[in-house]
Every structure is written in structure tokens, then in C-alpha cells.
Write a protein that binds this ligand. Structure first.
Ligand SMILES: Cc1cc2nc3c(=O)[nH]c(=O)nc-3n(C[C@H](O)[C@H](O)[C@H](O)COP(=O)(O)OP(=O)(O)OC[C@H]3O[C@@H](n4cnc5c(N)ncnc54)[C@H](O)[C@@H]3O)c2cc1C
Length: 318
């Protein structure tokens, strides 16, 4: 074993879950490496303001990421960003991660925190105006649209329930849905239909976003006749599904039918010594605070696991 490339723990993903795990592990003197396929910060860097992280106000996702990263590094955590994982061998006591550049690392424990992504519409303007009027999170961004007009895209429970909750802030919410009926529970449909601030644009879709610095309007396509119309709007919330970044974990750890990682209350997966945290696990509420909490639990459980593993090895008869 090349000891330079051996770590107590390797964390995969540098969002708030992975960075919190890195802070706790390094502070517990576990030699830790965080590997991330993008720049450090995960989904946090997509948002211009995080207004609901307790203890810090007026902070951008980019700034909060920087603070978490520096805190992890201060305790000795190593971070390699913009890497690509080629192979993962998780079944033995010695876990192995091989990168596409050929570098190979081993560890006693692995924490998986690859996060996820909201399903996007994939239409022109969406990438550029994400976080500048286009949102995928009502809890995170609803308050920014107080007394403003918004659209909500989707026809499932999330879209309808979030549209109702967004009317606490918005003066008007129009639900844009591609079919002539919803795929939601009856109670959610009724609640939306009875809300005086909500109107509906059925059999329609948003086919483009426009705006310079921030969202100014959308192009709506009528799916019955293909006609297009522009509408001025302050904000658009998109709830058309969520995709965990777990494609590379297929067959490695147990996933549910939505491809979320199944964990126990200690964030332990079905594979010994492999833990998971954050948006990629089975959970209902996906926030920075919940990711940080999961990362903490995973790190504490992994530290204990590593300790027990070493103790068992020293007790082995020779
Ligand atoms: C636009 C937007 C605004 C938001 N605003 C807020 C807000 O105001 N408040 C709030 O609490 N929450 C907000 N959220 C939600 C919050 O950002 C997430 O819940 C949180 O970032 C999840 O943390 P995570 O560490 O689990 O995953 P992520 O933040 O998704 O990080 C995952 C990390 O894993 C890496 N990764 C993925 N796959 C691989 C792989 N195969 N190999 C190596 N690395 C990999 C990624 O590059 C990334 O570094 C927002 C989300 C979005 C999209």
C-alpha cells in the first residue's frame, strides 16, 4: 500500500454534506481526502443568496462554500476538485477509488455525498437565468418573490403544494402544466384550485426564458396548436422531478427505485464502511442545513467505524 495515497476516509462530493464530513473527520484527526467532480460548493454555488442558514446573514452560496472549504482545510482536510472517478471498489475493508487520470487512492471508510440536481426543462435561457429568477426550491427562494408574479411549472404533488405555499409571498402564481389534468393527489389539486391567487395554464409549456441580468419573461407554447406567446414574469419555479447523482453508484450500494442511496440512522449504507449523506440519500427535505447535519452524522459514524476497524486488526492473532 502506498501510504501517501492511503486515507482514513475519502469523501466523494464537495457540497455542504461532504464539506461538513471533511471538517468533522479532519478535526477528529482522521486523514481525509474530499474528491469532487466540480468546483467546491456543490449546489450552493448556484444560488446568489442563502438566507436560511442559521448564524449567517447576507451571504451568497459561493461565499458560504468558501468558508466551509477553508474550515475543512484548516483542520488538514485535502480537497481535489474537478476530478473524474473511473472506478470504485467498496467491498473489502480497504476501499479503493481510481480516477480517470490513473491516480489511485485507498481508504478505510468512504462517505458518499454526490448530491443531486433538479430536473430541468432544458430550454433556451434556463441555464443562464438559474438563480436569477428561475428557482427549483420554494423554501429557499420564495421570500425573494414577495408581492411579485410568478409561474410554477409542473403537475405533480410538489408543483401544486409548492405553488400553494408560494402564495404566502407572491401576489399571483400561474401553474403551467403540459397535460389537461394533474398527476397529484385530489387534496393537493383542490387546495390549489380553491386558492384565489392561483390560476392555471394547462396543455402549455415554457419553451424559453429571456432577460439580461435577471429573468424578465418567458415564451409559452400552447401544446394544443403549437402557438407561442411571450409573457412578462418576475419568477419561475420548476418542479418537474429530482435526480440524485448516483449513476456511478449503481450496483455498488443499495439504491431505491428513485436511485436515492438507502441509509440507516447513522448514514451507513448496506456496505460496511461506506456511509452516505446529503441530497443523494433517501429523504424528504433537501436543504443546506439538512445536508450539513447528514454529513456530521456520517463523519461521526465513520470515525467510530475506523476506530473499531483498527482496534479489531490489532487484536487479530498473529
Ligand atoms: C438554485 C438552488 C438554490 C438553493 N438555495 C438554497 C437555499 O437558499 N438554502 C438551502 O438551505 N438550500 C438551498 N438549495 C439546496 C441546497 O443547495 C442543497 O440541498 C445542498 O447543496 C445539498 O448538499 P449536498 O452536499 O448533499 O450536495 P450538492 O450540493 O449537490 O454537492 C454534491 C457534490 O458532489 C459532487 N459530485 C457529484 N457527483 C460526483 C461524482 N460522480 N464524483 C465526484 N463528485 C461528484 C458535485 O460536484 C458536488 O461537489 C438550493 C439549491 C439550488 C439548486
Amino acid at each position: 500500500m502506498n501510504t501517501n495515497n492511503h486515507y482514513g476516509a475519502i469523501v466523494i462530493g464537495a457540497g455542504p454534506a461532504g464539506l461538513s464530513a471533511g471538517i468533522y473527520l479532519s478535526r477528529a484527526r482522521v486523514r481525509t481526502l474530499i474528491l469532487s467532480e466540480s468546483t467546491v460548493g456543490g449546489q450552493m454555488i448556484l444560488t446568489h443568496e442563502i438566507a436560511n442558514y442559521p448564524g449567517v446573514e447576507n451571504i451568497s452560496g459561493y461565499q458560504l462554500s468558501g468558508i466551509m472549504k477553508n474550515q475543512a482545510k484548516k483542520f488538514g482536510c485535502e480537497i481535489k476538485a474537478n476530478i473524474s472517478i473511473e472506478a470504485l471498489n467498496l467491498n473489502n475493508d480497504l476501499k479503493e477509488v481510481i480516477l480517470s487520470n490513473g491516480n489511485r487512492f485507498t481508504a478505510d471508510a468512504i462517505i458518499l455525498s454526490p448530491g443531486g440536481r433538479s430536473r430541468t426543462l432544458g430550454v433556451p435561457g434556463e441555464d443562464i437565468l438559474k438563480g436569477k429568477g428561475i428557482s427549483y426550491c420554494a423554501t429557499c427562494d420564495g421570500d425573494f418573490f414577495t408581492n411579485k408574479e410568478i409561474m410554477v411549472v409542473g403537475g405533480g404533488n410538489s408543483a401544486l403544494e409548492e405553488a400553494v405555499s408560494l402564495t404566502r409571498y407572491a401576489s399571483k402564481a400561474t401553474i403551467v402544466h403540459q397535460f389537461d389534468h394533474f398527476q397529484a393527489f385530489e387534496y393537493a389539486v383542490e387546495e390549489a384550485e380553491q386558492n384565489p391567487k392561483i390560476s392555471f395554464m394547462m396543455e402549455s409549456t415554457i419553451s424559453g426564458f429571456f432577460g439580461d441580468e435577471k429573468l424578465e419573461g418567458v415564451e409559452i407554447t400552447d401544446l394544443k396548436d403549437g402557438s407561442k406567446q411571450n409573457h412578462a414574469i418576475d419568477g419561475v419555479f420548476i418542479f418537474i422531478g429530482y435526480v440524485p447523482n448516483t449513476e456511478f453508484l449503481q450496483g455498488k450500494v443499495e439504491l431505491n427505485k428513485w436511485k436515492e442511496i438507502i441509509v440507516d440512522p447513522n448514514m451507513q449504507t448496506n456496505v460496511k464502511g461506506v456511509f452516505a449523506a446529503g441530497d443523494s440519500i433517501v429523504k424528504k427535505y433537501r436543504q443546506v442545513t439538512t445536508a450539513v447535519a447528514d454529513g456530521t452524522i456520517a463523519a461521526l459514524a465513520a470515525s467510530r467505524y475506523i476506530h473499531e476497524l483498527h482496534k479489531a486488526k490489532t487484536l487479530l492473532p498473529v
